[in-house]
Design a binder for this molecule. Sequence first.
Ligand code: HEC
Length: 96
Amino acid sequence: MKNIIAIASFATILLVSCTSKAPVAKSAPIASTSTPEQIAQGKTIFENSCGRCHKLPDPTSHSSVQWVGIMNSMAPKAKLTDEQHQWVYDYVVSVK
Ligand code: HEC
């Protein structure tokens, strides 16, 4: 009996550890030149820089075209470099 329990829990651990290895970034944005790492950076920058003056905006509340204009006016406010501007943009449009 003890063996069965041991085998069962071992199997569960195996299952869990396998499924949790799935990559985090599931949907690679199509029109983006940024790597998943850069998009992850964009997310961090977004969360740290874009909620200072107002509530953190919801990435899905604007279209990718609207985000171009928003980022053009907000990136200088948040004092982003051109690269950071690109990463934050690629992050917000990657959120579906
Ligand atoms: C220095 C302050 C400041 C920072 C930092 C800032 N914003 Fe803003 N944001 C504003 C102000 C002020 C407004 C409202 C007036 C305006 O549209 O210029 C605004 C408005 C917005 C809006 C609404 C625009 C619309 O058309 O509905 C969005 C979305 C937005 N910001 C996103 C961002 C993002 C993304 C970042 C980070 C890159 C950011 N903001 C950083 C000050 C800031």
